[in-house]
Design a protein around this ligand. Structure first.
Ligand code: HSE
Length: 418
């Protein structure tokens, strides 16, 4: 039997995740993985570890032949990419938690792995403690993944839970998420959906072999959700969650987006509260499966980093089977979405963009409608994010092109038009 590889770690970053990993490794002596050096940006900051462990010179780690694993958990995505490139080229394995960096440089990171033959693992970059990447890689290695629907950002889920269930204000809830170490240092990344779409870019790759850029995915965050939306949700017995979704259409292409969504109370994702994340996978034979766990925070994130480090003892690598061994899926915006929109004035809503409108409530100060429109109408415009307009998807929002004619006719019949 092949002996376990001895792992000597160079760690970049000693923030929420880095310090968490340091502590977790101290409690896992059986792993035989030790941190040799930690590279930090600010040497003045007080750290809970011996001063001799730290350096501010990245080359102390990247050029040390004894260090065979670089763990990179820093905030700056440009610096992180630089570290990853050099580490892989210098023959070191890499474990990274930098979602933004990975999503924005996905193709380059894939190429680097092929060129260097080194492992690049990033389980903590998607749903923190939930082992979703490795499951998508190893378990769902087939053509039958119908859809994935997930809560991938802990902070926004935490904020929505605190606001709608515990009646905290948005700013109180955000402050708490920051104090607990869930939020990004720039919380706009959480609140406006950037963090979630970065994670979704990574997961689309492992789920469907899609290589894309976050800029090309339809997304928003929770920044426009209003109290009146929560009242409508309650009336209809729904929750509001920030949901990332990918669904295989009948033509084999994949519809993918990250948007606020009404969730039925019977949906497993409705059960996901606070900083927890959840992933519902629908596949051909297994039907529905639900993964649930902490999606943010020091130890939960460090646990996934630790698991990646442990996997390196056996030289584990992602094979990217769906990209390299199967025909990768293509992303498409050619489908329809059923949306709820609330707004202050009709003049902000381009009604002609809708295929049909099923419900409209124009009496109250805050007006709303439920209607169907082509996805491209949202991708190519920003009206639905401006003028205090709030867009929330309905529970089963994707309408395949092949179903639209039938549904359109049905909706006109219901409205008494034909
Ligand atoms: N800010 C992120 C979140 C941290 O709230 O999900 C974990 O990736």
């Amino acid at each position: 039997m092949e002996a376990h590889k001895q792992l000597t770690i160079g760690l970049f970053g000693f923030g929420v995740v880095g310090e968490g990993l340091y502590k977790v490794l101290q409690q896992t002596p059986s792993l035989k993985a030790g941190i040799k050096k930690v590279c930090i940006k600010n040497p003045e900051k007080k750290r809970n570890a011996p001063a001799s462990l730290f350096t501010t010179n990245k080359n102390d780690l990247l050029n040390d032949p004894e260090i065979n694993v670089i763990v990179e958990v820093i905030d700056d995505s440009v610096a992180a990419f630089d570290i990853v490139q050099t580490a892989l080229k210098n023959g070191k394995s890499v474990v990274s938690a930098s979602k933004k960096m990975i999503a924005e440089n996905l193709q380059a990171i894939l190429t680097l792995q092929q060129e260097t033959g080194q492992s690049f693992l990033c389980e903590s970059a998607a749903c923190a403690s939930i082992p979703v990447i490795r499951n998508l890689e190893e378990y769902y290695d087939n053509d039958l993944l119908h859809s994935i629907k997930a809560i991938v950002n802990g902070s926004t889920n935490f904020i929505l839970t605190k606001m709608f269930e515990e009646k905290l204000s948005f700013s109180e809830a955000l402050l708490l998420a920051q104090q607990l170490g869930f939020a990004e240092s720039n919380p706009k990344l959480d609140v406006e959906g950037y963090d979630a779409v970065n994670k979704w870019t990574i997961l689309l790759n492992h789920a469907y072999g899609i290589v894309t850029h976050p800029d090309r995915i339809l997304f928003s965050g929770i920044q426009n959700i209003q109290g009146s939306d929560a009242a409508v949700a309650r009336e209809k017995s729904y929750d509001i969650k920030l949901i990332a979704q990918a669904k295989k259409l009948k033509n084999g292409k994949v519809a993918a987006f990250v948007l606020p969504q009404f969730v039925e109370l019977s949906d497993p994702l409705s059960f996901v509260k606070n900083e927890y994340n959840g992933v519902v996978i629908e596949s051909g034979f297994a039907d529905k499966q639900f993964f649930y766990g902490k999606g943010a925070g020091s130890f939960p994130t460090a646990s996934a980093v630790l698991s990646d480090i442990a996997a390196l003892r056996y030289n584990y690598k992602y094979e990217y089977k769906k990209l390299y061994h199967h025909k990768p899926h293509l992303l498409t915006n050619d489908y329809y979405l059923k949306v709820y929109l609330s707004f202050d004035d009709w003049k902000y809503i381009p009604r002609e963009e809708f295929e049909w409108i099923e419900e409209w409530h124009a009496q109250a100060e805050r007006k709303y409608l439920i209607g169907v429109l082509h996805c491209e109408k949202l991708v190519s415009a920003k009206w639905w994010k401006s003028n205090n307009t709030s867009l929330i998807l309905t529970p089963d929002p994707v309408i395949d092109n092949l179903d639209i004619i039938h549904l359109k006719k049905r909706s006109l019949e219901l409205a008494g038009v034909v």
